[in-house]
Ligand binder design. Structure first.
Ligand code: GLN
Length: 451
């Protein structure tokens, strides 16, 4: 019934929202029937059995197209599934389809998708955020119950905030990256997106696992997250970085976030302002490191091993060039060029190495902060969702919108975005909480105060 309800909703809203790159009604219904049988005969139990879910289209699904919203992978059908997807299937989830995203997860609006933008379900003249904009919009529009996204620099938390849902980036290494098509490998993390914190916690508990196939996977002491769903923040120390409330922050966003802080205070948390250093250095460091890793990761798309191959080129090098020229969109090409430049001999020390040093210093700033605070609270993004078309013309402006989310990726920290109000146009505002590594339970506990 849940699957049928979701498919019905897709028929109604998908033509306007375009949250999915592809979905398959027939196989979803077939799978739902199989799962129902297993539930009925008692061979399948657990909270996610039969739940209709969407998966971002950079997470491999066996035998089912995985495009990264790029022409170069338009017809790519993986021969294996991501470990996160395997974990979902074992839990009895019904995967409805694959969600739209910025091409190769590069962007903050879902407009760099080669298959057209996703619209914000709250107001279709606005973007849903990105890069996991399809997943956020699908959840917000009721086109699935929950979704997986990926977060390299905010791509779960920012679209969650723009679409009024909850999204979480776990500590780096918590969910296996095996089968996640790499963008910036040292920053990428899969994470849950859902209508509330309870669903996010249940989804995180299901997908998180130690995985030998991912060399950066971490074996955690426990994988229980739902026990943190308690309404109790008494005595929790929460720091608010003054630097997150400066120039560029929309006044309605500021007000909603400060109101949320007061709610936590009324419930017994101790709120304090503090100076978090190096905030201005996060964006330049991130865009150097992410582009460097992207240029290396995307070298595998050469027209031979995967996906699209241009026709009519003479010779191997001409074929590479034509395939990549035709297969990648402008934002991806910009990142590849930037990344190749900062890694090239003569510029490596000046840009890439310096960015890595900055990353280490940013981590130290967070270590200092978490010596005093359980959590850090601030906005997820400086504004609510911009209008379609406003960001594409000015990439630097788009990059600046990542100011609050990217440092968590540089430092490997967990972060959650929860809805905390709407602006005067009726667009959702998101609150971001950041925790020290492995402190997801504290994040869940504090976020649950808003449920
Ligand atoms: N907007 C950022 C970028 O374009 C973050 C994207 C992401 O987290 N995948 O790199």
């Amino acid at each position: 019934e849940a699957v049928q309800a979701v498919l019905e909703q897709i028929r109604k809203t998908e033509p306007a929202v375009h949250a999915y790159v592809s979905y398959d009604e027939e196989s979803a219904l077939k799978r739902a029937e199989e799962v129902q049988k297993q539930i009925d005969d008692g061979t399948l139990t657990g909270p996610l059995a039969g739940v209709p879910m969407a998966v971002k289209d950079n997470i491999c699904t066996k035998g089912y197209k995985t495009t990264c919203s790029s022409r170069i992978l338009e017809n790519f059908v993986p021969t294996y599934a991501a470990q996160a997807v395997e974990n979902l299937i074992a839990a009895g989830v019904v995967i409805i389809g694959k969600t739209n995203m910025d091409e190769f997860a590069m962007g903050s609006t879902t407009e760099t998708s080669a298959f057209g933008p996703t619209k914000n379900p709250w107001n279709q003249e606005h973007v849903p955020g990105g890069s996991s904009g399809g997943s956020a919009a699908a959840v917000a529009a009721g086109e699935c119950f929950m979704a997986l996204g990926s977060d390299t620099g905010g791509s779960i938390r920012q679209p969650a905030s723009f679409c009024g849902i909850t999204g979480m980036k776990p500590t780096y290494g918590t969910i296996s990256r095996y089968g996640l098509i790499a963008y910036g490998s040292s920053l990428d993390q899969i994470g849950p997106m859902a209508k509330d914190v309870s669903d996010c916690a249940a989804l995180l508990e299901t997908v998180a696992s130690y995985d030998k196939k991912d060399s950066t996977s971490i074996e955690r002491d426990e994988y229980d997250f739902t026990s943190a769903l308690v309404d109790d923040v008494k005595g929790m120390k929460i720091g608010i970085p003054k630097d997150y409330f400066g120039e560029g922050l929309d006044s309605e966003v500021r007000e909603a976030v400060m109101n949320a802080a007061r709610t936590l205070e009324e419930k017994g948390a101790v709120i304090e302002e503090f100076d978090l250093g190096l905030v201005d250095y996060a964006i330049p460091a991130y865009y150097v490191i992410a582009a460097a890793e992207a240029s290396s990761n995307l070298s595998r798309f050469d027209g031979i091993k995967y996906g699209y191959r241009a026709k009519g080129a003479e010779g191997l090098h001409a074929m590479y060039k034509k395939t990549r020229s035709e297969g990648f969109g402008p934002e991806v090409k910009r990142r590849i060029m930037l990344g190749s430049f900062v890694l090239s001999s003569g510029y490596y020390d000046a840009y890439y190495l310096k960015a890595l040093r900055t990353k280490a210093l940013i981590k130290q700033e967070f270590d200092k902060a978490f010596a005093s605070y359980d959590l850090i609270l601030g906005p997820a993004a400086p504004t609510t969702a911009p209008k379609l078309g406003d960001s594409l013309s000015d990439p630097i402006k788009m990059y600046l919108g990542d100011i609050y989310t990217i440092s968590a990726n540089l430092a490997g920290l967990p972060g959650i975005s929860v809805p905390c109000g709407k602006d005067s146009k009726g667009l959702p505002i998101g609150l971001q909480l950041l925790g020290d590594c492995f402190q997801e339970k504290k994040l869940i506990r504090a976020a649950y105060a808003f449920e």
